[in-house]
Design a protein around this ligand. Structure first.
Ligand code: KIV
Length: 274
């Protein structure tokens, strides 16, 4: 399995880091079989697999439930688990306890925290000292979508861009081992990447980041209808899935399924009840 050092080596040798989200056993198995470098059990699971309107309703227990399934499907892949909404904002003690629970009960290799504040910097340091690697997340941070005023591109002017660079450097200084950059101009993604020693992993942050992450269901167009601009769909599971289900329904209705090929047959009729 990839280690923190491998991440840094990949960054230094310009080998792009690949990351995909996963929320369950079968998608984790696929991700591992496809040889992705890192899996993110993102709190996007709230929207993608639980049907919520945002990530805000996702709980620590939801994250543990899904992350454990992912780990069972991808035992050899570096797994990052999101700390969900408000699980690291109430007090340092509660944040540390939630982090402990998430890390110990899921077998994660790192936890991801969105945003920056004095408390988040301290928490990043405390977790790192305790042996829990932290991935930071700046730019569009979906847990604070109500404060940001919607899912919008961030860092679009000089002041916002300079703040983002400064924040990124602070998070590195406090121990973050990597940084997810979401929905920022490509040019800013490049500047942040060049300023940091830790790898950046972009989602809508341009090609110059050290790696890329996308949501599994977006890549495969699976259960999602509208895709953000930064998503390139590589398949259309919606189409394939609905077509297959329609065929199944039709065949059941016209009794062309199940044929004997899909049935258990008794060869000796005397074994049948009267
Ligand atoms: O929750 C998530 O899937 C994420 C990615 C969008 C980076 O945080």
């Amino acid at each position: 399995m990839l280690s923190r050092n491998d991440l840094q080596k990949m960054q230094q040798s310009n080998r792009k880091i690949t990351m995909v989200t996963s929320y369950d056993y079968p998608s984790a198995k696929q991700a591992e079989e496809a040889e992705v470098d890192m899996i993110l059990v993102g709190d996007s699971l709230g929207m993608v697999v639980l049907g919520y309107n945002s990530t805000i309703e996702v709980t620590v227990d939801d994250m543990i439930h899904h992350a454990r399934a992912v780990k069972r499907g991808a035992t050899n892949t570096f797994m990052v688990v999101d700390m969900p909404f408000m699980s690291y904002h109430i007090s340092m003690e509660e944040s540390l306890k939630n982090a402990q629970k998430l890390f110990q009960q899921t077998g994660a290799q790192a936890l991801k925290l969105e945003g920056i504040s004095e408390d988040i910097l301290t928490l990043t340091k405390r977790l790192t000292e305790a042996g829990i690697p932290v991935i930071a997340h700046l730019g569009l941070t979906p847990q604070t979508v109500n404060v940001l005023g919607g899912y919008k591109v961030q860092g679009k002017d000089k002041t916002a861009g300079e703040k983002l660079v400064k924040d990124a450097m602070k998070l590195e200084e406090f121990g973050a081992i990597g940084l997810v950059l979401e929905c920022i101009p490509k040019e800013l993604g490049k500047i942040v990447t060049e300023k940091l020693n830790i790898p950046t992993i972009g989602i809508g942050a341009g090609v110059d980041c050290d790696g890329q992450v996308l949501v599994y269901h977006d890549i495969l167009k699976y259960g999602v209808n509208r895709l953000p601009k930064f998503v390139k769909p590589y398949a259309d599971f919606n189409k394939v899935g609905v077509e297959a289900l329609k065929k199944y329904i039709k065949e059941v209705r016209e009794t062309s399924f199940p044929t004997d090929d899909y049935s258990f047959l008794i060869k000796d009729a005397s074994l049948l009840p009267e």
